[in-house]
Design a protein around this ligand. Sequence first.
Ligand SMILES: [Zn+2]
Ligand SMILES: [Zn+2]
Length: 368
Amino acid sequence: MKIRAAVLEEFGQPLVVQEVDIAPPKAGEVLVKLKACGVCHTDLYTASGADPSGYAPCVLGHEGAGVVEEIGAGVTSLAVGDHVVTLFSPECGECVNCRSGKTNICTAIREQQGQGYMPDGTSRLSRDGQKLRHFMGTSTFAEYTVMPEIALAKINKEANLESVCLLACGATTGIAAALWKADVEAGSSVAVFGAGMVGLGAVAGAKLKGAERIFVVDPSAERLELAKRWGATDLIQPKDGNAVEAILEATGGLGADYTFEATGLVSVMGQAVEAARLGWGLCTVLGVAGRGEKLEIIPRYLITGRTVQGGSFGGAKGRTHVPQLVEMYMRGELDLDGFVSHRIRLDEVNKGFDLMHAQDGIRSVITF
Ligand SMILES: [Zn+2]
Ligand SMILES: [Zn+2]
């Protein structure tokens, strides 16, 4: 089948929206008609060539939501017409990691996915007979995608796909980190570093759990103002790039019960550790740092009771947690609509990158 897709042809160059071929789903795979897809920083990072594990040509995109169009042999948990959110982080439920109950890092298809292929080691995407690789197992900057069944979360059909597509990556990362990974306690104090979508998701999650004070740290006054919408109570524009002192001062010199880092900057990760409370402060690192960068922690911070953890996708198990978050959205508990700042067409995908560079808005969503 011929579809339109945004192809990363060459690193550092704009994506090229063009017609490509997509093969039908094989066993255990599903063809999804995309309805919406967020433009995430990871797409931009890979397109720029900065990601050392990146490859081209491939079809980018990983924050998608759509409708099941066709299922391959042996697919039992999804049917034609089901609404789904795509998962770059699958949940097979059977591998050692899935069965452990201790992690969301499923190993079932990790190796092939990392190289841009379906679990059987081949690609469903091509152009003029020449193979194109998949990206993050998702390739959702396209009218259709073929994905493994275990990498699709079945969700409520009533949900607005233009908003819940954000649960495919950024929004879930922040929200799940606060709800489940850190399991924020009611009445506690929380400090969130970075007011992009991941950080704002953590704010929303902390608010849902009943946090009493939610500090948000960001250099942009505009973004800080926005953070109030999700529950920020204290806005901090860091002096000389450091917010630790301001947080300590506001918490009687102790620090926040929970801190979340959502910037990808190791210097900020260090601040998130130092701003966590003496005795029991829990620091959750969510940003992806550059290759080779190191986080330095003075051991005294650990000895005196602080814990540091991290979580890809906020520690969320996609097929379990994403449908739950969709229900919270449907009940009006999660404001996902507010994250969508721009709606663009697939042909305008590079504009989505430009808006991100300019820090204009929170999220651009491609609608199909
Ligand atoms: Zn992402
Ligand atoms: Zn698994």
